[in-house]
Ligand binder design. Structure first.
Ligand SMILES: [Zn+2]
Length: 78
């Protein structure tokens, strides 16, 4: 199985800080549908950016804030 190394540069959609990531892409799952997505934590604001890219040619399609599971506060019994 061939492994690809992709360098992607994008801007954090929350704090507008420039980010660069290097991704190792391998395995069948990466190629389903042609476009892959991965969530990258921003080192500046700590939020997650979900980036969409084509593993085969390393082209970036878009960045959006990743959905986060919000923690439901447990009711406190005081
Ligand atoms: Zn950020």
């Amino acid at each position: 199985m061939r492994e690809l190394t992709i360098d992607l540069d994008f801007t954090c959609c929350l704090c507008q800080n420039p980010l660069g990531v290097t991704l190792q892409c391998g395995g069948k799952g990466m190629y389903q549908g042609g476009i892959a997505s991965v969530a990258i934590p921003c080192p500046t604001c700590g939020d997650l950016n979900e980036i969409y890219f084509t593993p085969l040619d390393g082209s970036l399609h878009g960045v959006r804030p990743a959905r986060k599971f919000k923690l439901i506060p447990e009711p406190s019994l005081n």
